[in-house]
Design a protein around this ligand. Structure first.
Ligand SMILES: NC(=O)c1ccc[n+]([C@@H]2O[C@H](COP(=O)([O-])OP(=O)(O)OC[C@H]3O[C@@H](n4cnc5c(N)ncnc54)[C@H](OP(=O)(O)O)[C@@H]3O)[C@@H](O)[C@H]2O)c1
Length: 293
């Protein structure tokens, strides 16, 4: 049987890094970085699709600087997250190519103090969340067969201390800070679920392999958490416990640690699909105890 061709955008990013690393040889992968695509040019996207004739496009490209999106990065954020996805959805639809794109828990306002279902009403609080919410709307309109994957609190690539492949994420930031700090203040009134890019990549592969069963769906993929959502201070404590660090965590409120972008207070994604991700503590342990999971 002929192998399917999967085209990935944003291949220098954290999720794309782990996705490419975890793939078997089930499909031919074409990974494009931002130099290989003009994000706002529809004709260029068409040209890229014609050149590579993929069966599936996985869109990992994004503007993810949540705070900068509030001011200096606003235009870029809407260009990349909204316009880019819209163009890709349109172009893939015309060419009958399956389209899978990533979205976020930040499409919700976080006032629902328990699990968010895929069909729950969105009401983003910041520019990044709004850019993703608009992207979801446009993608659904332009290519109704698209698959939209919402995820939360991603960490991946190599862990802090490795030579290369280290990305900015909460786990790596905590590890870096523990080298110079005995005590850290971490927010304890925002609840979510951390998600390993490796586990998300395996789940994405399953979706891609059975794409016919998921067309038109919005799917929530976070690591599992039997106890529901955790806050950032819980997450930080688990990182230090697993890594044997002595830095102590002082809990603080969002008000005491203000950032430019307002985050949802509760953004715990419920995943009713047949594909489930492992427990978040197990995922974190794997990330911290091996350089290649
Ligand atoms: N990180 C999280 O906590 C989180 C949470 C929920 C959802 N998500 C979503 O998950 C997806 C993957 O996130 P991630 O953390 O892997 O993001 P990331 O590490 O920031 O990677 C995004 C990639 O997009 C590329 N990119 C930026 N501008 C581009 C452009 N103009 N044209 C083409 N590519 C461009 C970046 O390239 P350069 O590196 O060269 O700039 C980078 O390789 C995104 O859709 C994100 O919104 C992330």
């Amino acid at each position: 049987m002929q192998k399917k061709t999967l085209l990935i955008t944003g291949w220098n990013g954290m999720l794309a890094y782990d996705f490419i690393k975890t793939q078997s040889e089930d499909y031919t992968i074409i990974a494009l970085d931002k130099t290989a695509c003009d994000i706002t040019s529809y004709s260029h996207i068409e040209q890229v699709l014609k050149q590579y004739t993929p069966d599936i496009v996985l869109n990992c490209a994004a503007y993810t600087a949540v705070d900068d999106a509030e001011d200096i990065g606003m235009k870029l954020c809407y260009d990349i997250n909204t316009l880019w996805s819209y163009n890709l959805a349109r172009a893939t639809s015309y060419s009958w190519i399956d389209f899978v794109t990533l979205s976020t828990d930040y499409v919700f306002d976080g006032t629902k103090e328990h699990w968010y279902l895929p069909e729950d009403a969105c009401n983003p609080l910041g520019v990044y969340g709004m850019s993703k919410y608009l992207s979801e709307q446009l993608v659904k309109r332009e290519n109704p067969m698209s698959v939209i994957i919402r995820t939360s609190w991603l960490y991946g690539g190599e862990k802090y201390g490795e030579n290369s492949g280290v990305y900015k994420n909460f786990v790596n930031t905590m590890l870096r800070l523990s080298e110079t700090r005995n005590e850290l203040r971490v927010v304890s009134d925002q609840y979510g679920i951390p998600t390993s890019c490796v586990d998300l990549s395996h789940a994405l592969s399953q979706v891609i392999q059975s794409i016919q069963s998921f067309r038109g769906d919005i799917i929530h993929f976070s690591n599992s958490s039997l106890s529901g959502g955790i806050h950032w201070a819980d997450f930080a404590r688990e990182i230090y416990t697993l890594n044997g660090k002595n830095t102590s965590i002082q809990e603080c409120s969002t008000q005491e640690y203000p950032l430019k972008a307002v985050r949802p207070q509760w953004s715990i994604l419920l995943n009713p699909s047949t594909i489930q991700l492992p427990d978040w503590k197990d995922a974190l342990k794997r990330y911290l105890t091996s350089s290649h999971q």
